[in-house]
Design a protein around this ligand. Structure first.
Ligand code: ADP
Ligand code: TRP
Length: 348
């Protein structure tokens, strides 16, 4: 008899800050959809995190629904996964505060996101500094087992694990140094990361990490014309058409690999090495596989965006399910700290 598969709870968030791009898709959305097929899945739209940078209320509202539609169009079934908007479960802010009170400033000052904002002279509001604490609260409030994220979020996840330990040591009777202690249902659960190694960092059209903030991205739901324009703008070297080229140093090939199976990859690599094959040809091959992959999802996305009331209803149902998990966790945390138990009515 084969042993029954262990079902674990996977949880992840995505910020509603503009159009989702290929980096989001391969780094987070696709692994999330794959995990949801086998495991209990919790996914949310991180609108509170987005507020560290977004100052446009209408954009935040629209992009929040846009992310919900994106996740559904990419294959998340809201009947099978818990899909909600972060701010609809405000208890996360309470846990965030409780975690803040056991988290040293040194840890937060070491965060890449904070250092990056500082080095680039961006606005350093308190939300930027406390971002990893809210992210830890997102994860720990739901007793998540695994968190699918891109490699760039690994440090935040490590910090969430550290904060769980600080809290467990401060209030839950854990001895310092016993980080990998088996979870006893009482403490905060330390989650593991799931990082897609093959697609760990998706390059943008300039070869840097693809990111909304670098304006080097290819949007998942760009129309065919915009997509073609973006792909044609991918930076390549100036090797002349007739000479052989190295696929392994080429941004176009790196992106092509995300969509193509092993045979397609080998065949395109051969054409690079043979010479007489230009980057323009490679870009058209990329356009073809990307369009085949995203066109059906784009259609579904447009249908969903045409009915915002239905999207809102899906998010409200998700928030109710998420709160039902969050409230008992928060109660056990409150009790451990000495805060008063909540009147039962408030648990509803
Ligand atoms: P951005 O950098 O464009 O602002 P986010 O920070 O909103 O993207 O990222 C949302 C999710 O997508 C995270 O899980 C992140 O790790 C993943 N992700 C973002 N960009 C990339 C990339 N270039 N490669 C792989 N994963 C990425
Ligand atoms: N910080 C993540 C990002 O920029 C988004 C996020 C917020 C998140 N809370 C989370 C991801 C909890 C995983 C788990 O991509």
């Amino acid at each position: 008899m084969t042993p029954a598969k262990v079902r674990f709870r996977s949880l992840s968030g995505i910020k509603p800050t503009g159009q989702p791009h290929w980096g989001n898709y391969f780094g987070m959305i696709r692994p999330a959809v794959q995990l949801a097929a086998e495991h209990e899945s919790f996914y949310f739209i991180a609108d509170l995190h987005a507020l560290t940078t977004v100052r446009d209320a209408a954009a935040l509202t629209k992009d929040s629904l846009g992310i919900a539609a994106t996740l559904i169009a990419c294959g998340l079934n809201p009947d099978h996964v818990v899909l909600w908007r972060q701010s609809d479960v405000p208890e996360v802010l309470e846990l965030s505060w409780l975690l803040s009170c056991v988290t040293g400033m040194g840890l937060l000052e070491r965060a890449h996101s904070y250092k990056d904002a500082k080095n680039k002279g961006k606005e350093l509001n308190h939300g930027v500094m406390t971002y990893p604490v809210l992210m830890a609260a997102d994860i720990l409030l739901y007793d998540a087992d695994v968190v699918p994220v891109g490699k760039d979020q690994m440090q935040h996840l490590e910090m969430a694990r550290d904060m769980a330990t600080y809290f467990n040591v401060a209030y839950m009777g854990q001895t310092a140094g016993q980080e990998e202690l088996a979870w006893d249902g009482r403490m905060l659960k330390r989650p593991a990361a799931i990082v897609q190694e093959r697609t760990a960092i998706v390059p943008g059209i300039d070869g840097q990490k693809m990111s909304k903030s670098y304006d080097n991205y290819l949007a998942i739901f760009a129309d065919a014309k915009t997509l073609k324009k973006g792909i044609m703008a991918i930076k390549t070297d100036s090797t002349p058409l007739e000479l052989p080229k190295d696929p392994d140093t080429c941004n176009v090939f790196a992106l092509y690999k995300l969509f193509a199976d092993a045979d397609q990859q080998a065949s395109l690599a051969d054409r690079y090495r043979a010479g007489g094959f230009g980057y323009g040809h490679a870009k058209l091959a990329l356009l073809e596989v990307a369009e085949a992959h995203f066109a059906p999802m784009r259609q579904r996305y447009q249908e969903l965006m045409a009915d915002p009331a239905q999207l809102e209803q899906i998010l409200q149902q998700g928030a109710a399910k998420a709160r039902a998990v969050a409230l008992p966790v928060l109660e056990r945390v409150r009790r451990a700290t000495g805060l008063p138990a909540r009147p039962v009515g408030r648990l509803a």
